[in-house]
Design a protein around this ligand. Structure first.
Ligand SMILES: [Zn+2]
Length: 147
């Protein structure tokens, strides 16, 4: 497939957040004004080479690249501003095939594409307050218990 010359029409990875209904410009604005993300903008400007997580900016949008243990490839995560975090988690929890499977599944799903400081705790808190997730967790607990 040949890529056409000129301005790339292909949307960024931001398409992944179309469910949370935000335009790239809004996302950029919120990323830039979010105090909790300040240090990541700085890290993107001065990348740390040996870190397993690196931050970078593409088309003005801030991303994190996480290099896993197994493959050198790593995953690219969109850095989510505070204002959108709840939406991101609830979407991941609610609308995906693996919905309401509790903390680990939800965290795995979210962190495949997104990152923000304190994401683990955030997801944990979210899941703890999600009635459906609690049901699933209880069910699983019994299952494990009686094995
Ligand atoms: Zn849930």
């Amino acid at each position: 497939m040949k890529v056409k010359e000129g301005k790339p029409q292909k949307p960024l990875k931001v398409t992944t957040v179309h469910g949370i209904d935000i335009r790239p410009e809004q996302l950029i604005e919120q990323q830039k004004t979010d105090q909790t993300l300040k240090k990541y903008w700085e890290l993107a400007e001065n990348p740390v080479e040996n870190g397993k997580a690196q931050f970078f900016v593409k088309n003005e949008i801030l991303y994190r690249k996480y290099i896993g243990k197994h493959d050198g490839e790593g995953i690219i995560q969109l850095v989510v501003p505070e204002s959108l975090r709840e939406k991101v988690v609830s979407l991941a929890d609610d609308t995906l095939l693996s919905g309401h499977r509790g903390y680990t599944k939800t965290l795995n799903r979210v962190s495949q594409e997104f990152y923000w400081p304190g994401i683990n705790n955030f997801v944990l808190r979210y899941v703890s307050s999600c009635g459906l997730c609690q049901k699933v967790l209880l069910g699983r607990h019994h299952w494990v218990h009686y094995q």
